[in-house]
Ligand binder design. Structure first.
Ligand code: AMP
Ligand code: ZN
Length: 119
């Protein structure tokens, strides 16, 4: 399978690793939305929320919590947004399940609320 995140998890292509355990791998996003933008992936290939088994998702989300806390402190961020896309229509661009950890800073110019604005 030609999956870029599988290759990153297997260290066949380089990434800026933040953390790993036997099931989960975390690395910096190559095109960061904010300083410290991190991706958390399962080492096994699952395409999206619809096919990742619940036990694997639980392991992954506990890493998301741990790394969110650690990175907030290390980067002196003021908050964190979590983001996850499933399917082309939801703008998932890499078909290997991942959660974005997006550190937020005062006056970082990111406007999440725009996305949720009522019409
Ligand atoms: P999504 O659009 O939610 O599927 O997110 C995919 C993310 O993967 C994007 O934010 C990309 O910048 C990031 N990305 C793609 N290729 C790489 C790579 N080789 N190393 C690190 N991040 C990557
Ligand atoms: Zn993969």
């Amino acid at each position: 399978m030609n999956c870029i995140f599988c290759k990153i998890a297997k260290k066949e292509i380089p990434s800026e690793k933040i953390y790993e355990n036997d099931k989960v791998f975390c690395f910096l996003d190559i095109n960061p939305v904010s300083k410290g933008h991190t991706l958390v992936i399962s080492k096994k290939h699952y395409e999206n929320i619809f096919d990742i088994p619940e036990n694997e998702l639980k392991e992954l989300i506990s890493v998301v919590k741990k790394i969110s806390k650690k990175r907030k402190k290390e980067l002196n961020a003021d908050g964190i947004n979590l983001f996850n896309a499933n399917g082309k229509i939801a703008e998932q661009s890499v078909s290997h399940f991942h959660i974005h950890i997006i550190p937020r800073y005062k006056n970082d110019g990111i406007n999440i609320s725009k996305m949720f604005k009522q019409k």
